[in-house]
Design a protein around this ligand. Sequence first.
Ligand code: CMP
Length: 143
Amino acid sequence: MATERTLAILKPDCVRKNLIGEVIRRIQEAGFTILGLRLTRLTKAQAEGFYAVHKGKPFFEELTTFMSSGPCVPVALEKENAIADFRTLIGATNPDEADEGTIRSDFADSIGENIVHGSDSVANGEIEINYFFDQATLVANER
Ligand code: CMP
């Protein structure tokens, strides 16, 4: 298995519910190394840029309004098999379909407000990490 990077975003619902600590705890317990971590509030335009791949879909307006509705926490993560393992940790996009014990099953209210984002491929992980972090900072934070 290869070492991979993924971008997590602890979404505005996660921050509002005071779950930053609990979600980070689960991420670390699952063996991910944190290479970058920020608290930031996306503008609507930044949310639209980040989710540009979903432009034109029926939920795009709702998604980008929600993602710019309050602070969020982008986290750059590294681990063997990070993309698949992170998606296992968080569960299915729709919390009603997420396996028991996953972050979304335990904490998410709906498919739109689902606590946490995870990259869906290695290539997208790199693109998404670069949206929030300087590569030099990530390298400096390697263990
Ligand atoms: P995320 O992993 O951040 O990637 C895209 C997001 O779009 C997804 O999580 C969901 O929160 C959101 N999304 C996907 N499908 C729907 C939908 N049918 N209605 C509302 N939001 C959706």
